[in-house]
Ligand binder design. Structure first.
Ligand code: ZN
Length: 166
């Protein structure tokens, strides 16, 4: 198991367009394994390669059903709408309201470079849209409705709150 450093907003790598994957070699497989390890460690449901500093079109998602790998994903079809809270491992401790399609159909390649199509609704649809955006340098803050919320306090903020009460 190997963890990679998750890049946070402000890092230029998150704003670049990723390159298509031409072949899956050993290094690609190690990267994918590390992306899963990192995602699970950080309690995320999805992670895109640029979030660990690699400008390749690779996404991993696990919303609790099964681990999914998408190489060179293309969203073929969307329909409906869902509005809900979204977070991102590249913006720790924050969340915001984003409207996404409620259904997506995606075409991608697996680790053996076999093409497949997959349909997702609700959380899976949201995760696919969010992670595919990362491959084009788009972050959910670009689409957020209203202000970002703070979902947890760090130690400094806790201290500050206590101080303010006194
Ligand atoms: Zn994200």
């Amino acid at each position: 198991m190997a963890l990679r450093k998750v890049r946070v907003m402000g890092d230029d790598v998150l704003r670049k367009k990723c390159k298509e994957v031409k072949e899956v070699n050993e290094r690609t497989k190690v990267l994918i394994d590390d992306m899963f390890d990192t995602m699970y460690e950080e309690n995320g449901v999805g992670l895109a390669a640029p979030q660990v500093g690699i400008l390749k079109r690779i996404v991993v998602i696990d919303i609790g059903d099964e681990p999914l790998v998408f190489i060179n994903p293309v969203i073929l079809e969307t329909s409906g709408e869902q509005t809900g809270d979204e977070g991102c491992l590249s913006l720790p401790g924050k969340s915001g309201t984003v409207t996404r399609p409620n259904y997506v159909k995606v075409r991608a390649f697996d680790e053996e470079m076999n093409e497949f199509e997959l349909e997702g609704t609700e959380l899976l649809a949201r995760a696919i849209c969010h992670e595919c955006d990362h491959l084009d340098g788009i972050l959910y803050v670009d689409k957020v409705e209203g202000e970002l919320q703070t979902t947890q306090y760090d130690e400094y903020e806790d201290f500050e709150d206590e101080f303010m009460e006194d």
